[in-house]
Ligand binder design. Structure first.
Ligand code: PEP
Length: 253
């Protein structure tokens, strides 16, 4: 079964609403009619409404960078799934390595958010990845495998089908260092094997697994042509319409 590529932009804590609107307009002009590949952009919460208005009616989907595991109430500073849906969001990035390391989000908490996103019909983009020390200690496969198992814990196969995984080696995020296409593909294959054991081989074969970590307009062709890489989660290179559009229009070999 051919898996459709998803090219997703994580704008992180960059751009005011006015700046985000400008970038969204540039993207609509450049790639807003592309349907051969799925496209998602995740601006900050304060830019969601403005970006949503700009991309309405185009093929670009709107994502959020985080979400509360709770529905409403005394959770100062948090944003709920319903609030995101109201702002036009369809995808939500969960468990990004910056959330895990800076904000101490653990696998149990992330799993709760994944379940909440699924219950609300949002597409969770579950981020996993090992640190440099873990890779050098030969633990990358077990660390990532464990994050995948815990991220999907208690989720029935019918719902789990809607989860997108993003493999993002922590040492490659925002550093300019990229996993080699072969190493990235090997980890994606490992994630697929873990999903096959957790669910079924048919499930694993259909799972969308993105690569993230200094993907840019120069290395995207090589990475995106690997058999187990189904797209990218892109930070820095998603902040300029030209480079993000180039990645979306990568050359299929
Ligand atoms: C990310 O934010 O998920 C990411 C991969 O960032 P960058 O592309 O800048 O490494």
């Amino acid at each position: 079964m051919a898996r459709k590529k998803l090219i997703a932009g994580n704008w992180k804590m960059n751009k005011t609403a006015v700046e985000a609107e400008v970038l969204a307009k540039e993207l609509v002009a450049a790639v807003g009619k592309i349907t051969e590949r799925d496209i998602m952009i995740a601006p900050t919460f304060t830019s969601l409404a403005a970006v949503s208005a700009v991309i309405k009616g185009t093929s670009i989907k709107l994502g959020a960078q985080n979400m509360s595991s709770e529905d409403s109430g005394a959770f100062t500073g948090e944003i709920s799934a319903d609030m995101l849906i109201g702002a036009g969001v369809s995808h939500v990035i969960l468990g990004h390595s910056e959330r895990r390391s800076i904000f101490k989000e653990d696998d149990t908490f992330i799993n709760k958010k994944v379940k909440k996103a699924l219950a609300k019909n949002l597409v969770p983009v579950l981020c996993v990845g090992e640190t440099l020390a873990e890779r050098e200690a030969g633990k990358a496969d077990s660390i990532v495998g464990d994050q995948v198992v815990k991220g999907y814990a208690g989720i029935p196969e019918a719902d789990a089908k809607r989860v997108v995984v993003a493999y993002e080696p922590v040492w490659a995020i925002g550093t300019g260092k990229t996993a080699t296409p072969a190493d990235a593909d090997a980890m994606h294959k490992h994630i697929r094997d873990v999903l096959a054991k957790t669910y079924s081989s048919t499930f694993a074969e259909a799972a969308i697994i993105l690569y993230g970590g200094s993907m840019n307009d120069k290395n995207a062709d090589e990475l995106l042509n690997m058999p187990n890489i189904d797209g990218g989660l892109i930070g820095g290179a998603a902040l300029k319409a030209e480079s993000f559009a180039r990645i979306i229009n990568y050359t299929k070999k």
